[in-house]
Design a protein around this ligand. Structure first.
Ligand SMILES: *Cc1c(COP(=O)(O)O)cnc(C)c1O
Length: 386
């Protein structure tokens, strides 16, 4: 499908490349679908800020009434600044620092997702000092498979995340022995960029088994948090610009055996913001190599690190050219061989000054940008105000 018309090329020359271009229409359609489908089952959705914490994006997401899933004190502050109510902020992460725990306690956030007994002890101690009781959910490593890159799979025994299934009762005993923490939920997250509903069904089975096990000690928690992880179509960003939230939620609705009054919480990140963003970069040079040609662009792994970090695929388009297709390795200016956005990429004939769009870059793109090589950070622009 020809997608070039979707970029306002006439507006680009006034912007310094590289920059992130956010299609607000795609973001709104995604949020419409997400909230409509979740409301059908009364599912609670906390947006995972780590995917994209651009203030404008956050304020749009907040406008749809979502909660926030934060993994640092900085994210808690950004969520509050964007207007997310503290009563709908959860705080996750395997290594919460003292100041971050204290900050979260001071704001009376909804819940800590706790990953170890030593962490539980510290939260209990700090809560006691403040005369508070902290709501906690235990993050459990369900040891289920996720068909995704091993760097973004989190729910296997060998990962650093969560409490092993066999240690859950020991953790609950610990919670019961402390007076300033209260167990309100069970938390899971099996990985990211998951498109196989079977993987989520596997998670549901583990949740059900664990609930049966806890029922034996007359224990029912208030909420089940199944994390995030729904993937997007990186190869065909147009074919499914809005992820299939209907099937995703139906899988949980049909598979989870809930107890009376239990609510289900989700923490999507990538699926909310992935497709609305593109990294726009200009071609600096076209260089003929021995067996290939390189399109050297002004964006690098400092602007979008996913290809270098996890060999991630992003579709690349030449927005400025209708010339016949040729193959290029699209590479950045950074002094690292991994600074490559794609090998043998089929692009319309490319010359210096052409605009390339690196698609599906709304999640784990801008937010992961760095200044390595003392580069400038990429700017952001929005379809509705350029
Ligand atoms: C990263 C993460 C998420 C969001 O994952 P996506 O794949 O972006 O949906 C949600 N919950 C936890 C605990 C995470 O670590």
């Amino acid at each position: 499908m020809d997608t070039k018309g979707k970029f306002p090329l006439d507006k680009f020359p006034k912007l310094e490349t590289p920059f992130y271009y956010y299609d607000i229409n795609v973001l709104n359609r995604t949020l419409d679908s997400l909230t409509t489908e979740a409301e059908k089952f009364n599912f609670k959705v906390h947006y995972a800020l780590k995917a994209n914490a651009n203030p404008r994006i956050l304020s749009i997401i907040h406008g749809y009434g979502l909660g926030a899933d934060c993994v640092s004190g900085g994210e808690i502050r950004a969520a509050i600044q964007a207007g997310f109510p503290v009563s709908r902020i959860v705080f996750a992460g395997v290594g919460k620092a003292d100041w971050e725990i204290n900050l979260a306690l001071d704001y009376n956030i909804f819940c800590f997702n706790v990953e170890s007994i030593p962490e539980l002890e510290v939260i209990n101690e700090f809560a006691a000092k403040k005369g508070k009781t902290a709501n906690i959910a235990v993050r459990i490593n369900p040891n289920v498979k996720a068909d995704t890159h091993h760097y973004i799979s989190t729910g296997r025994e060998e990962n650093k995340f969560g409490i092993a299934l066999g240690d859950v009762e020991k953790f609950i005993d610990a919670v019961e022995s402390f007076s300033n923490v209260k167990l309100v939920g069970l938390h899971f997250h099996i990985g990211s960029q998951i498109l196989e509903m079977n993987n989520f069904a596997g998670l549901c089975s583990r949740v059900n088994e664990l609930q049966d096990q806890l029922a034996k000690r007359n224990m029912v928690v208030e909420h089940i948090n199944v994390g995030g992880g729904l993937g997007i179509d990186y190869h065909y960003p147009e074919r499914q610009s809005v992820p299939n939230f209907a099937d995703y939620f139906k899988t949980f609705r049909s598979m989870l055996k809930l107890r009376d009054g239990q609510t289900v919480h989700f923490e999507p990140g990538r699926s909310v913001v992935g497709q609305c963003g593109s990294l726009i970069t200009k071609v600096l040079y076209v260089k003929e190599g021995t067996n290939k040609q390189f399109s050297i662009v002004d964006a690098g792994m400092t602007d979008l690190i996913r290809p270098a970090l996890y060999q991630a695929y992003h579709k690349i388009e030449n927005c400025s050219s209708e010339k016949p297709i040729q193959k290029y390795d699209v590479v950045g200016p950074i002094c690292e061989s991994s600074d490559c956005f794609g090998k043998d990429v089929e692009l319309n004939g490319t010359k210096r000054g052409d605009y390339l769009a690196i698609r599906s870059a709304g999640a784990y793109g801008e937010v992961m940008a760095s200044q390595y090589n003392l580069r400038r950070l990429p700017q952001a622009c929005f379809s509705d105000d350029i």
